[in-house]
Design a protein around this ligand. Structure first.
Ligand SMILES: [Zn+2]
Length: 131
């Protein structure tokens, strides 16, 4: 075979491999991003549910307060349980919000799919230019 033809074939082959690798990494990156978006949506739904539950507790707490004002007998166990429940749910929401913040701070390397910080110039794993 002619050397020039060989060279051309080799070039085409290398080009095809590179295109294939790029397509693969774009897909990987896209699916990693999609997974991240789904995870953030799930966390936001959990936060929404927790907020609804907190609102219900707040309503009950308001009723207890009014009952006290009206001279009713306060069930202190119920009162404590409601207050603690609100505390727990608020700290749970805080954790979810932090997780969402952390996820939004990260990006995915287009070459190897590793998770990197948004401000990174190069991938921490493979060194690819991601800036
Ligand atoms: Zn990488």
């Amino acid at each position: 075979m002619d050397d020039k033809v060989k060279e051309l074939l080799e070039k085409l082959r290398t080009g095809a491999v590179n295109v294939g690798a790029a397509a693969g990494s774009t897909l990987r990156e896209a699916s990693a991003r999609a997974g991240e978006t789904i995870e953030i949506t799930k966390l936001n739904m959990k936060i929404f549910d927790l907020n609804s539950e907190i609102n219900q507790n707040m309503r009950k707490l308001g009723e207890i307060m009014y009952a006290t004002h009206s001279g009713g007998v306060v069930n202190e166990t119920e009162l404590d349980a409601l207050l603690c429940d609100v505390d727990d749910k608020r700290s749970e929401i805080k954790q979810y919000r932090e997780r969402i913040r952390d996820m939004k701070k990260t990006t995915v390397c287009p070459m190897c799919g590793a998770s990197c910080s948004r401000g990174d110039r190069f991938c921490r794993k493979c060194g690819a230019d991601i800036g």
